[in-house]
Design a protein. Structure first.
Length: 214
């Protein structure tokens, strides 16, 4: 039996187009100084798919529970679940810290427990609307989809009912956000897996604090 683990789970959960011809880098929607790394790049030592795998391993280990941030050298994995959604997180990071976050995801329990690739980024199936400081990011969504990525070996996980399951694959639309300037930034997300009736809304208030300041 399939079990959905989208980001909205309550207690926890190269593409070219006409814009490229016009001189806009794919995935940026024409935003000057696009704040997210290119989806097909190896940013901060890993591909986007690899970062999503790192993220979900930390999540399934319980290290991102209760609004905790996982810091890995110069990269921070942002929390995405709270007891009473929609969630608002107040995050503080050091200058020079990149941020990693899945915007919408599916974790499966076997090689056949996946959602069709063509659904990801289709606004009638699975989509994410995210803004950083009021500007859209991760558009088009399909460019930021990682495909089906295996966990080898599968990862044991207790979804809260005491029955341990084995998470075997993950699919994600995610981002790696470049280090932000000192000050306060706001990341707002609305995403849906429509076939499952799953809706996810979160806000992250991210403060970048220079060394020596509080």
């Amino acid at each position: 039996m399939k079990r959905l683990i989208p980001l909205c789970w309550l207690f926890f959960v190269g593409m070219f187009s006409a814009s490229a011809i016009a001189g806009v880098v794919p995935g940026t929607t024409g935003i000057p100084n696009n704040p997210v790394t290119q989806p097909n790049s190896k940013a901060f030592g890993n591909s986007l798919g690899e970062w999503m795998g790192i993220y979900w391993r930390q999540f399934l280990a319980g290290n991102l529970a209760n609004g905790k941030v996982v810091n890995l050298k110069n990269v921070a994995l942002l929390p995405q679940t709270c007891d009473v959604p929609p969630c608002t997180f107040n995050i503080q990071v050091k200058p020079g810290t990149a941020l990693v976050l899945p915007l919408v995801a599916w974790l499966g329990f076997g090689p056949e427990d996946v959602l069709p690739d063509e659904w990801w980024g289709d606004p009638n199936k699975i989509f994410a609307e995210a803004t950083l400081d009021g500007l859209p990011i991760a558009q088009p969504n399909a460019a930021y989809y990682t495909g089906v990525v295996d966990f080898d070996p599968p990862i044991p996980f207790d979804p809260g009912d005491g029955n341990i399951v084995q998470v075997a694959v993950h699919q994600s639309i995610g981002v790696v956000i470049k280090p932000l300037t000192p000050g306060v930034h706001k990341l707002v997300l609305h995403s849906e897996i429509i076939e499952a009736g799953a809706v996810f809304d979160n806000t992250w208030n991210i403060t970048v604090v220079p060394a020596g300041k509080k």
